[in-house]
Design a protein around this ligand. Structure first.
Ligand code: CA
Length: 227
């Protein structure tokens, strides 16, 4: 049970999937609103101020990416996209348009709830809470720029730290290659291969077993996620 009574706006044109989402969310004590079209989604957003939008990219009346842009003009509400298996380009485009995360259809209830919780928590963090990320033996102090693995201080190069900092600020959330290149290199046209090299070095320093990472996870074709 989650029990925080957040309200989730379900934007999905297919009634069976809407029903499925409604029953999963109700079982975790979320309140739900439903919209089968983009136009109804925008209207619900203006009138009911949901805490999160769960958005199917394949709607009959508006392109998913365009709808994310319209939602962003109205409210800073977290957006989790429902996307099709194998459509990495659509996921990346949705994330770059301002979505917070995605869930791939067909999805399991556990995965869906994990993504929603991360997106809701991330929004709270942005409102000014936690300045330290901790998970298992890893801790990242974002104020003092200190990284520890267990009792040991970890020495990172500036680029390695900048990558880890971005991942920690957005912990639980997938970051696209483009996002990381923009924030760390200040240049989205840098070859993502550089990013791979630095992530590999970072894993050597912070992962117990760099070949099967527990902290910095790869989202194939999309980016990285710190868990
Ligand atoms: Ca659809």
């Amino acid at each position: 049970m989650t029990g925080d009574a957040s309200t989730i706006l379900i934007v999905e044109d297919e009634p069976p999937i809407r029903r499925l989402l409604r029953s999963i969310l109700a079982a975790h004590e979320y309140r739900t609103l439903e919209a089968p079209t983009g136009a109804e989604a925008l209207s619900a957003l203006r009138h009911h101020r949901p805490d999160l939008v769960l958005l199917d990219l394949g709607l009959p009346d508006i392109d998913g990416q365009a709808l994310i842009g319209r939602i962003r003009e109205i409210a800073p509400v977290p957006i989790v996209v429902l996307s099709s298996r194998g459509d990495e380009a659509a996921k990346v485009a949705a994330l770059d348009a301002g979505a917070d995360d995605y869930v791939t259809k067909p999805f399991g209830a556990d995965e869906l709830m994990a993504r929603l919780r991360a997106a809701l928590r991330h929004r709270l963090q942005q409102q000014g809470a936690e300045r330290t990320f901790t998970s298992g033996d890893l801790s990242v102090d974002l104020v003092r720029h200190l990284v520890r693995r267990g009792p040991e201080d970890v020495k990172l190069s500036p680029k390695e730290y900048d990558i880890l900092e971005q991942l920690a600020i957005h912990a639980g959330k997938v970051l696209t290659h483009r996002h990381l290149l923009r924030e760390v290199w200040r240049d989205e046209t840098v070859d993502p291969q550089y990013l791979r090299v630095y992530v590999r070095q970072l894993r050597q320093k912070i992962e117990a077993d760099p070949s099967s990472p527990r902290h910095v996870l790869t989202e194939p074709g999309v980016g990285y996620r710190l868990v």
